[in-house]
Write a protein that binds this ligand. Structure first.
Ligand SMILES: NC(=O)c1ccc[n+]([C@@H]2O[C@H](COP(=O)([O-])OP(=O)(O)OC[C@H]3O[C@@H](n4cnc5c(N)ncnc54)[C@H](O)[C@@H]3O)[C@@H](O)[C@H]2O)c1
Length: 322
C-alpha cells in the first residue's frame, strides 16, 4: 500500500515508518517540523530513512489545503495514518487556540482533501485523555464521554467526531485509536519517562505532581505500532479502539523502576496537582483484541530497560562524535 503518514517525523511516526517500510509499504511522510519540541530531534529521526526505497518525506502543514492537494494530486494514496498534531495535556492549557487549530482545523482540512481525491481509509491518533476524570476502570470505548479535563482532550475528541461525521456523510472508513501514554526510545522529551531518565542521569531533581499516586497505563511504542498497522490493514466502517497495555502503575512506582534501571537515586520534588491532569488511565483492550488481534507484548520493565539502554547508547554516540 501507499500510506501517507502525517506527523511522520515525530516519536510514534518514525517508529511506525520503520515498521511500514520493513513490511514493504510505500510511506509518504508529512511533517511541518514545528517547534513544540526541538525540531532538530525530528530531523534526526527522519535522517534514518533518507535513501531508503519506498520512503518520501514532504515538509508541509496539514492545515494548508494547497499543499495537501499538490501531494494527493501527485501520488496515489491508498490510506492515511493521521498522527500529526500538537500532543500533551499541560502545554494545551497555555496554547488552546494552537491546539484546536492543528488538531481540529488540520484534521478537517485533511478530511476535505481525502474526500476530494476519493481516499477512503484513515487511521487517527486519538488519546486516552478523552476519557477525562473517572473512577470506574478499565476505560471502555462504549463509556459515556463527559468531563474532559484539558483543551488537548477536547481537541482529540473533536477530531474523533469530525472523522465520524465524514464516515456518516461520505462513507469514510476510519478507526480512531485511543493511545494510552506511549513510551520507548526517542519519546518526546516533554513526556515523563524520557524527562525522568534524562534528569536521573544528570543528577537533577524530578518533579512529581500530586502525591505520586496518579496511575497511568504506559504502552510500549512497538505495541502501539503493531496496533496501528493492523488497523490500517483492516479498517472498515467507523470504530473507536483503545490501544494500551492494560497494566497501569502509579507514578511513584514508575520512578522506583527507573531508579533501578538507571542505577541512580531520584531526588523527588513534590508539587501540587497539575490542572488538566487526570488521576488515572486504564485501557480495556477487549475491542482491540477482537477487531485487530491486538495483544500488548512488551512489559513495562522490559520497555524501560530498552529506553535506558537507548539513552546511554545515544550519550556515548554524542560524546564520540564531539
Ligand atoms: N505519545 C503519546 O503518549 C500519545 C498518546 C495519545 C495520543 N498521541 C497522539 O499521537 C500523535 C503522535 O504523537 P507523538 O508522541 O509521536 O508526538 P510528536 O509531537 O513527536 O509527533 C507529532 C508530529 O506532528 C507534527 N505536526 C504538528 N503539527 C503539524 C502540522 N500542522 N502539519 C504537519 N505536521 C505537524 C510535529 O512536527 C510532530 O513531528 C499525536 O497526534 C498525539 O496527540 C500520542
Amino acid at each position: 500500500m501507499t500510506i501517507l503518514v502525517t506527523g511522520g517525523a515525530g516519536f510514534i511516526g518514525t517508529h511506525l515508518t520503520k515498521r511500514l517500510l520493513d513490511e514493504g509499504h510505500i510511506v509518504l511522510a508529512v511533517d511541518n517540523f514545528c517547534s513544540n519540541y526541538d525540531p532538530e530531534l525530528k530531523r534526526r529521526n527522519v535522517a534514518n530513512f533518507k535513501n531508503q526505497p519506498g520512503y518520501y518525506l514532504f515538509e508541509g502543514d496539514i492545515r494548508e489545503s494547497h499543499f495537501l492537494h499538490l501531494l494527493f494530486g501527485t501520488y496515489p494514496v491508498d490510506a492515511v495514518i493521521h498522527l500529526a498534531g500538537l500532543a500533551g495535556v499541560r502545554p494545551s492549557l497555555q496554547k488552546p487556540a494552537a491546539y484546536f487549530d492543528t488538531n481540529v482545523t488540520g484534521t478537517v482540512t485533511l478530511l476535505q482533501t481525502m474526500q476530494d481525491f476519493k481516499v477512503d481509509k484513515m487511521v487517527f491518533a486519538s488519546s486516552s485523555s478523552v476519557y477525562g476524570e473517572r473512577n470506574e476502570t478499565p476505560f471502555r470505548e462504549s463509556d459515556l464521554i463527559e468531563g474532559l479535563a484539558s483543551p488537548y482532550a477536547i481537541s482529540k475528541r473533536t477530531g474523533e467526531m469530525v472523522i465520524q461525521n465524514a464516515h456518516q456523510l461520505y462513507g469514510l472508513n476510519a478507526y480512531c485509536l485511543r493511545f494510552f501514554t506511549v513510551y520507548g526510545p526517542n519519546q518526546r522529551p516533554d513526556m515523563a519517562i524520557s524527562s525522568f531518565i534524562r534528569r536521573l542521569f544528570a543528577g537533577e531533581r524530578i518533579q512529581l505532581f500530586g502525591t505520586g499516586q496518579s496511575v497511568r497505563d504506559y504502552t510500549y511504542v512497538n505495541d502501539i505500532v503493531a496496533g496501528i498497522v493492523r488497523a490500517v490493514e483492516r479498517v472498515s466502517g467507523f470504530e473507536i479502539i483503545n490501544l494500551g497495555s492494560g497494566r497501569p502503575i502509579a507514578l511513584i512506582d514508575l520512578v522506583r523502576h527507573l531508579e533501578y534501571f538507571t542505577g541512580r537515586k531520584a531526588r523527588i520534588e513534590y508539587r501540587p496537582d497539575q490542572l488538566g491532569d487526570v488521576s488515572r488511565t486504564f485501557a480495556d483492550l477487549s475491542k482491540a483484541a477482537q477487531l485487530l488481534g491486538y495483544q500488548p507484548r512488551v512489559l513495562l520493565e522490559e520497555g524501560l530497560q530498552r529506553m535506558v539502554n537507548g539513552f546511554q547508547a545515544e550519550q556515548t554516540f554524542l560524546l564520540e562524535e564531539k
